[in-house]
Design a protein around this ligand. Structure first.
Ligand code: GLU
Ligand code: MG
Length: 446
């Protein structure tokens, strides 16, 4: 479990890390956090400032809690506009020298107030609180987020000609993919798989499951790493929900398994496909909140151009074993430890701390409610008259989020209001714009 360290402890940790970083040739450390629109924001310090920055943090304007995908700002009841400051504090437990950015190391950051209290709008803090609430029940979660991305050449066109899953495409970018693999593994990540995905220019990497906060950190690190390797190969990267109009988009599928005393509760139980009661209740809680959770896992207007039937995106509110059109896909895996549930409806624009934390909060409410899952959807839900589409627009998802007392309480007033304000403002930002214009405006933002 992640423990919030005191400033003095953090300084001691930084002092201990400094010598090795110098030996590794590190000149500076980048601190990253993901804002409510899904964009990663950073600050950096030279190595000589790391100890001070670890103890006291570095300044970070609170207005980024209400920043939109186009870098404009909206406002929320608690936002203070140009006034005020926060402290961005690196979590040195996750300090990582960056293979594809020689001289630089990276750490995910928590945000604190100037008094040293956790900032109530900190998304990583929210994911940590949700993880701790699960732990208080004697349960553990293991999570992994698949990363899909499109590589493009300097002109901005997809940089592949080979087919989806095609060896041709793999060979076209053999050296590039090797460098992606080397950089990820060189940074201590356990890569599970790497393959050419279906859409033009698209690839995907998945990594081993870990704790929810760590999995969200890992997603951030993978994305930076892929971008940096791509830059060295003269390639551009897009994590936008949709790169090419009408084509499959970039998913950010979240895989979760629930464990008690070392046992995966998704395997060998009396429920559907081996689910133990607690896992079934957890998933039923998440499914109940799924329309509202989309405001966290599918955060942009463009997200709803991806979340359509026949795009493997999980546009229907249902679950099914290995059902790739269901929002919630059950995966039994090849071994007991691998059984998990996949939230397919989330995309690569999501702030992973928000989507993970939201699912955990909804799942916990499901444990309390103790309800079974609804009947399984065994075929393509599009064929069933009773199939329920998930929200078809950001506004609809924001409506569901606004009605969710559960998520309001779990996120806390400040974070909840900021997220809602950002969702409403982005819906307004793109109101009346064509699909092509929305894609154009967001293609290179995430
Ligand atoms: N790219 C698809 C998406 O947008 C997912 C393809 C798959 O992995 O099944 O979610
Ligand atoms: Mg995929």
């Amino acid at each position: 479990m992640i423990i919030t360290r005191s400033g003095a402890d953090r300084a001691a940790q930084a002092r201990a890390a400094e010598a090795q970083l110098a030996i590794d040739g590190i000149d500076g450390v980048v601190f990253g956090w993901v804002d409510n629109s899904g964009l990663t924001r950073v600050k950096s310090v030279p190595l000589s400032q790391l100890v001070h920055a670890a103890e006291f943090g570095v300044g970070a304007p609170p207005c980024f809690d209400v920043a939109l995908v186009d870098d404009s700002f909206t406002s929320a009841p608690s936002s203070t506009g140009a006034v005020g400051d926060l402290r961005l504090v690196p979590d040195l437990d996750r300090l990582t020298p960056l293979v594809a950015q020689p001289g630089w190391a990276w750490a995910p950051a928590d945000r604190y107030t100037q008094d040293g209290a956790p900032h109530p709008g900190c998304q990583r803090g929210f994911a940590r609180r949700a993880t701790e609430a699960v732990a208080r029940r004697g349960l553990t979660l293991r999570a992994g987020i698949e990363v899909e991305w499109v590589v493009a050449d300097a002109t901005g066109d997809p940089a592949t000609t080979g087919p989806g899953y095609g060896m041709t495409r793999f060979i076209e970018h053999s050296d590039y993919l090797r460098d992606v693999l080397r950089a990820l593994t060189g940074q201590g990540l356990t890569v599970a798989q790497l393959h050419p995905e279906y859409a033009a220019g698209q690839f995907e990497v998945s990594v081993a499951a870990e704790g929810p906060v760590e999995a969200a950190d890992t997603t951030m690190l993978i994305r930076h790493t892929i971008r940096a390797v791509s830059a060295r190969h003269g390639l551009r990267v897009s994590y936008a929900p949709v790169f090419t109009e009408g084509a499959l988009g970039n998913g950010g599928h979240l895989h979760l398994s629930l464990w008690r005393e070392g046992r995966n509760l998704g395997h060998g139980g009396p429920g559907p496909h081996g689910l133990h009661a607690e896992a079934e209740h957890f998933l039923s809680g998440a499914l109940a909140q799924l329309p509202a959770l989309l405001a966290l896992g599918a955060p942009g207007v463009a997200s709803y151009l991806r979340l359509v039937p026949a795009h493997f995106a999980g546009a229907y509110r249902c679950w099914g074993l290995e059902n790739r059109e269901a929002a919630l896909r059950l995966v039994t895996g090849s071994a007991a430890g691998q059984a998990n549930a996949e939230f397919k409806c989330f995309d690569a624009a999501a702030n992973p701390y928000l989507s993970v934390g939201g699912v955990l909060a909804a799942g916990l409410a499901g444990l309390d409610a103790g309800l079974p899952l609804p009947p399984e959807t065994r075929d393509d839900p599009a064929a069933a008259a009773s199939a329920e589409r998930l929200p078809v627009s950001l506004s609809e998802a924001a409506d569901a989020f606004e009605k969710s007392a559960l998520l309001r309480q779990a996120l806390g007033r400040e974070l909840y209001e900021a997220v809602l304000a950002v969702r409403r403002a982005e819906a307004d930002l793109f109101a009346g714009r064509s699909d092509a214009e929305v894609i154009e405006a967001t293609r290179w933002r995430y």
